[in-house]
Design a protein around this ligand. Structure first.
Ligand SMILES: [Zn+2]
Length: 864
């Protein structure tokens, strides 16, 4: 008996009359720790060491009406290393279990904190079969009148059916669905048979490979199916789009992008696609961008079915999303993290691979710039806040796993992975990953497993590097020290400091640019101490600027000295190198948030720079900053004084843009900032189809967006505009969404208050995207004064949101609630809430601190 088991046994003995105590009937029975709420690390560790060879046979009977119960039967085959009570997860009341049998013998139903416990005397070491008849929980099944889809990540399968809901007990699934005969269905494995009767169809799917429960997925309902083939590989696209032109315009691109991603990954990993087939399910209001169910990837339909007005970022975003989910088939699905504390590992590989896959398919894009703009600003948004989290986070219970997700995993981790590739070299990293996939195929691994494998391939101390970059939150502050003598440089040094006072040192490679009339002089150096001198710059003339992150590699808060700041504010558009220009924009934004450049000064630079910015990605980034600055960082008086010029600049941009996608980006920005009577009259004419914009063809979504903006501005007859828009929507899913958000757009405050009050009820929060849209509408900057009353109750709801919603909901909810505000009163409400909640869950506190950071800064900068 190991020391650990001794402790467990003693702890168990202290619980009087607990029925899971050591039970001796014949052979010795191992004790297990009594289960608690959720899936604790203790439970997971004990189970994983004793349970293997799991096979689920699941049958669900799906009625036509979503109000009726889904009844199911489950057979679980499993092998026990030692005889011990078997704890299955089923987070439903005991009444939902009608019978349990273990190896053919009836088992009394005992539900303990969301777990079913099969006593040790009814199982045996070796093979066992457990049969359960039950009523499925609806929450993770996203039931609608015409369709449903499961979404189990990170540990919600056990809300639907009994299972071992942890990533390192992989099992195969053999699924049978009985559905209304007008429905179709898709799941991880191929369909292997179907029986049709008058009203009902039974669809049987083959047995999957070993998968963790969070990757089980099925969708059923009224879906249209597109079949396509590439290089002998068949794909199916399940969707609910009612506009055939929209399907036709996107179908081939969706298939091509998947095929390209598959081919690239098979070559990079030297391993064939690991599953039996690959289908795609495009859902109208899917909670995430995509979800990598093995063999059946889900997508948010609008991310793949693009309109003609899609911007370049949206087209690149689609390619990246497809590459990301496809990469998961190897990274996450074939090799899975052992515990969700390493969930970042699958996400970083998916994003990192996605960047490599997408680059060659868009040859005209500056990919270094794109990587920079796609990752750094979003990572900084979190890393500059008091609520910043490390990439790798400790996790004691899977019910907290949702809180791990966010920009640090999706945006900072790929930056760190690029550093790792730089340290190892691309070939060594690839070979290391091949070894990792081979060794852990259809099994589980940790970050430590990988680092140990890679450490053998380099002389660098990867473990030490990982401790700072992966295990700690935040970023270094990097200052420039420039000393001169007789108008020449005598010394140039960079120093780093830890704004959180931990004295951490972030080792990284930096490219320091010194700007001169004829261009920049760039020195690459290793920042591997508190201060580093830039070599070979003595006696150079004094530069216009010093920029230590000119190539978009360095990560941190780069403090500008005043000479450099003034130069950029006067001459930024004239800097020829796109990547340098892109990094300066992000650096100036940081500078503004830190109280350096004033918001107004930066805003003026943006308006001056836009007409000259021909790099589309950078123009889109500036347009994003323009929107945020206009609504959040300018005072009311400043906003009024710049409105006419801003609209002129954006309408001119629309006219002059060289591509449809950039025109569309300008129009999108205009729609969101328009405030003048002339601008609003123009927008209304466009919405009424009385003023076409050359080369821009609008789709239903575009008209919906315009109607929403017009309503938010209380234009004359705005209620009629909303009604007319609602009548004009042909797609039923879009119509349902619009009906849901209409009260949130109303000019009647009582309707908006009622909308907000309705969100207290969990049933009204079922469509998370709709809820977040509605929250953003009632809190729109033009209505934010009234909306301050929603902040306190909205924050009070957050723990309930986390308990009942999917993984991104707490983050998005808080974002929708706070994103428009900038007043000291609003900031005080959030601070007051945090101050009074002494025992608030730390992860939720982080979410609030992250989402409120810009509000706090805006309140300081404009609120006085
Ligand atoms: Zn992912």
């Amino acid at each position: 008996m190991s020391r650990k088991w001794l402790v467990v046994a003693v702890a168990a003995l202290c619980v009087p009359a607990a029925w899971w105590l050591v039970q001796r009937m014949g052979s010795r029975i191992l004790t297990v720790t009594p289960p608690t709420e959720g899936i604790s690390r203790t439970l997971a560790t004990e189970r994983a060491s004793n349970i293997s060879a799991v096979r689920y046979t699941l049958a669900l009977n799906i009625p036509p009406r979503k109000e009726e119960h889904i009844r199911g039967t489950l057979g679980v085959r499993l092998r026990l290393a030692e005889r011990a009570p078997v704890i299955l997860d089923f987070a439903q009341p005991a009444e939902r279990v009608s019978s349990i049998q273990a190896n053919g013998r009836p088992v009394p139903v005992r539900s303990e904190h969301g777990h079913l416990v099969i006593p040790g005397d009814l199982v045996t070491s070796g093979e066992n079969v457990i049969d359960i008849a039950f009523i499925a929980g609806d929450a993770p099944l996203n039931r609608d009148d015409e369709y449903l889809y499961s979404l189990f990540v990170p540990a919600r399968a056990s809300q639907a059916f009994p299972c071992f809901d942890q990533p390192d007990i992989k099992g195969s699934l053999s699924l049978t669905l009985q559905v209304p005969s007008t429905w179709t269905a898709v799941s991880n494995a191929p369909e292997i048979g179907r029986d049709s009767a008058a009203e009902r169809t039974t669809i049987r799917f083959g047995q999957t490979q070993a998968l963790p429960t969070y990757l089980f997925g099925f969708a059923a309902g009224r879906f249209s199916v597109e079949r396509g083939e590439r290089n002998g590989r068949a794909f199916h696209i399940y969707h609910r789009e009612s506009d055939p032109a929209r399907v036709a315009a996107n179908r081939e691109a969706i298939l091509d992008l998947h095929q390209q991603a598959l081919e690239w990954l098979e070559s990079y990993t030297d391993r064939k696609y690991p599953f039996d087939k690959l289908d795609f399910v495009l859902l109208p209001a899917f909670q995430f961008g995509g979800m990598e169910h093995a063999g059946a990837i889900y997508y948010n339909a609008p991310a793949l079915f693009l309109d003609e007005t899609a911007t370049q970022s949206q087209r690149l975003g689609r390619a990246s999303l497809i590459a990301h989910e496809t990469a998961h088939m190897w990274f996450g699905d074939l090799v899975t993290m052992k515990w969700f504390d390493d969930v970042w590992l699958k996400e970083v590989f998916a994003n990192f691979m996605a960047a490599k896959i997408v680059d060659p398919t868009f040859p005209n894009i500056n990919h270094d710039l794109r990587f920079f703009l796609q990752h750094y600003p979003a990572a900084y948004e979190v890393d500059r806040t008091a609520g910043a989290n490390p990439i790798r986070q400790n996790l004691d219970n899977l019910r907290e796993a949702g809180g791990l997700y966010g920009p640090i995993i999706y945006q900072k981790a790929p930056i760190v992975m690029r550093q790792l590739e730089q340290m190892l070299g691309p070939d060594e990293l690839r070979d290391g990953l091949r070894e990792y996939l081979t060794r852990f195929a259809f099994a589980n691994a940790t970050w430590t497993d990988l680092i140990e494998m890679l450490d053998r391939r380099t002389s660098e101390d990867l473990a030490a590097w990982s401790r700072v970059w992966v295990d700690e939150p935040g970023r270094p502050t990097i200052d420039t020290v420039l000393e001169s003598r007789n108008g020449k440089i005598s010394r140039l040094a960079l120093s780093q400091s830890d704004p959180r006072g931990r004295s951490l040192v972030w080792n990284q490679t930096l490219q320091v640019a010194l700007g001169y009339d004829h261009g920049a002089r760039i020195t690459t150096l290793k920042m591997n101490g508190a201060s580093v001198d830039v070599p070979r710059v003595g006696d150079l003339p004094l530069p216009h600027y010093v920029l230590p992150n000119s190539e978009g590699i360095g990560y941190g808060l780069f403090k500008l000295d005043d000479t450099s700041r003034q130069f950029f504010l006067a001459h930024l558009p004239a800097i020829g190198d796109s990547l340098t220009r892109g990094t300066v924009w992000v650096t100036l934004w940081d500078d503004m948030l830190e109280g350096g450049t004033t918001p107004r000064r930066l805003f003026d630079l943006m308006l001056a720079a836009l007409p000259e910015e021909h790099e589309e990605l950078t123009a889109e980034r500036i347009l994003g900053y323009v929107r945020t600055s206009f609504w959040r960082f300018l005072t009311d008086a400043e906003r009024t004084s710049v409105a006419v010029r801003l609209e002129q600049v954006l309408r001119a941009g629309m006219k002059q843009a060289a591509t449809t996608s950039l025109k569309s980006a300008y129009f999108g920005a205009f729609r969101q900032i328009v405030t003048t009577p002339e601008g609003l009259a123009y927008l209304e004419r466009v919405w009424r189809r009385r003023e076409p914009i050359p080369e821009l063809t609008f789709a239903e979504n575009d008209y919906i967006d315009m109607a929403q903006e017009l309503a938010l501005r209380d234009v004359k007859g705005s209620a009629g505009i909303l009604d007319e828009q609602h009548r004009n929507i042909t797609n039923p899913d879009r119509k349902a969404r619009f009906a849901f958000v209409m009260p949130a757009l109303s000019s009647d405050v009582a309707a908006r208050d009622a909308f907000f009050a309705s969100l207290a009820k969990v049933d009204n929060r079922a469509r998370e995207r709709w809820v977040v849209d509605g929250l953003a509408f009632i809190s729109h900057p033009l209505r934010r004064h009234h909306a301050e009353r929603y902040i306190q109750p909205g924050l009070e709801l957050l723990s309930d949101i986390q308990r009942t919603g999917d993984i991104f909901f707490p983050l998005n909810w808080t974002g929708g609630l706070l994103a428009a505000h900038n007043s000291p009163a609003a900031a005080q409400t959030v601070k007051g809430f945090l101050d009074t909640q002494k025992n608030y869950p730390p992860r939720l506190r982080q979410v609030i601190e992250q989402q409120a950071d810009q509000l706090f800064r805006a309140a300081r900068l404009v609120g006085s």
